[in-house]
Design a protein around this ligand. Structure first.
Ligand code: FCB
Length: 461
């Protein structure tokens, strides 16, 4: 059986500034929340590895761009670091950063690799966080000014812009679930942050449209498909609530131009409604994107709660459902998450049927594995499990495309093993292995496999 993809299908990988660039003391970069938190709350990071020692893309970008070209990529996503470009978040632009990003973009274009550039990948400048981060409307304005600076400086070199990566995460992980700095646990504040991120997204799209820059603009979302344990009405209700809070809250706002009515009713009922003005709602209603990126790693399986929630505790979406561990599910034990390739097919169908079959692409998909050195044979990581993972997900995607989904490409997370937030270098995801001691980057078996897929526009089983 042969699985063929279109000639102009985007093949590539994604990374982000904070996870790949690394820091030097002389690069003029301002601190962001990760630079700060990985030092100040060092115990929260796997083996205490900070942002200073990520994959050295800042110094080794020419080598890395050659590596991308070696894999025959036609596209590649990274992000601009707001705090590298504008160290204080507003005002003065760092000339070294301008030069660096020009060099990266020129290097990509010269190699025939289309730059997909994201403006915000979890990395709030510390100076902006000090005044409240996205809780403060002034930071929305600062973000839009930063976006304009990027469009003005680099607009003629970028084909695809993205306003945010996984906009739910900074709100959820930073303001409710105690995973990201500022480690606040308060649903209403999380909801306010999420709403302000939506406004920042809309503001940046507006700046882009008004400035008539070339290229397209979109956003990258982590849509986790929700599956109920059974067809029992109580399980179906649980699934509806998980989907409403974690997916439809954002998807409907960004893709349909309004928040779900039902969410508003529930938030009012529990006194958790953030401040939302009519001007905000009309901006959301007017904003449309050109392209959607979808990051897919795992399904979300849920069931009706077994017990009543503690209503004296912190309000959270988990008041309405329990996570469900399906017997026989396939697990990636390194991350503790389920592997479910068909979820990608289901997402594609959802976009096709419920969100106008908008142009989209898989902006992240991948498998993080701990202890990959155990698979090194003759100097290369023989990651057959990653090849299998890729095959299965690409087959699911292929099927959806055959059925009319407008999926334009597939980007793997990631090309060189990189730093993954609080997990630091615990789990490896790359097509290249990064030796943390020597800095040496060596292609894995999956990288060679993926290159063949690109060259053959598909693969056979
Ligand atoms: C995604 C993030 C990305 C990376 C992968 C493993 O949720 O967008 O930065 O850490 O997970």
């Amino acid at each position: 059986m042969k699985y063929t993809f279109s000639k102009d299908f985007f093949w590539g990988a994604a990374t982000s500034a904070t996870q790949s660039e690394g820091r030097t003391t002389t690069d003029g970069k301002g601190e962001n929340i990760w630079d700060y938190a990985s030092k100040k709350f060092n115990d929260r990071f796997y083996e205490g590895v900070t942002t200073a020692s990520t994959s050295r893309f800042y110094e080794d970008y020419q080598g890395d761009l050659d590596r991308l070209a070696d894999l025959s990529f036609n596209s590649f996503r990274t992000s601009i670091s707001w705090s590298r470009l504008i160290p204080e978040g507003v005002g003065q632009v760092n000339p070294e950063a301008v030069q660096f990003y020009h060099n990266v973009l020129d290097g990509l274009n010269k190699r025939g690799i289309k730059p997909f550039i994201n403006l915000y990948h979890f990395d709030m400048p510390m100076k902006m966080q000090e005044i409240g981060g996205f809780e403060n409307k002034a930071v929305i304005k600062a973000y839009c000014d930063y976006a304009k600076t990027c469009f003005d400086l680099f607009g003629d070199k970028v084909s695809y812009w993205f306003t945010f990566n996984e906009p739910m995460i900074p709100a959820e992980a930073g303001y409710l679930h105690d995973r990201h700095y500022p480690y606040i646990v308060d649903f209403k504040r999380a909801a306010q942050v999420l709403h302000h991120i939506v406004l920042a997204h809309c503001g940046a799209v507006k700046v882009f449209r008004e400035g008539q820059y070339s290229g397209k603009i979109g956003i990258i979302m982590d849509v986790i498909p929700v599956y109920p344990r059974s067809q029992n009405p109580a399980d179906l209700k649980a699934a509806e609530m998980a989907d409403l809070f974690y997916t439809r809250s954002l998807n409907d706002a960004i893709l349909k131009g309004h928040y779900p009515e039902k969410l508003k009713v529930i938030l009012n009922q529990y006194d958790q409604m953030p401040e939302v003005s009519t001007d905000d709602l009309s901006l959301i209603a007017q904003t449309r994107i050109d392209i959607l990126g979808i990051n897919y790693y795992r399904p979300r399986r849920v069931k009706a709660r077994d017990s009543l929630p503690n209503t004296n505790g912190v309000f959270s979406p988990e008041w309405f459902y329990d996570n469900y561990e399906m017997p026989g599910r396939r697990m990636n034990t390194s991350r503790g998450i389920e592997i479910y390739p068909n979820g990608l097919y289901d997402i594609a169908k959802k976009i096709q049927n419920e969100y106008g079959n908008i142009d989209w692409f898989v902006s992240e998909n991948g498998i993080g594995i701990e202890g990959e050195e155990a698979f090194i044979n003759n100097g290369i990581v023989e990651d057959d499990y990653r090849i299998k993972f890729l095959e299965e997900h690409l087959i699911a995607l292929h099927q959806a495309i055959e059925e009319g989904s407008n999926c334009l490409g597939y980007h793997m997370w990631t090309f060189v093993d990189c730093w993954s937030w609080q997990n630091a270098f615990k789990n490896r995801y790359g097509f290249y292995r990064m030796d943390l001691h020597t800095g040496k980057k060596t292609i894995k078996k999956s990288g060679l496999w993926f290159k063949n897929v690109i060259l053959n526009q598909g693969f056979s089983l």
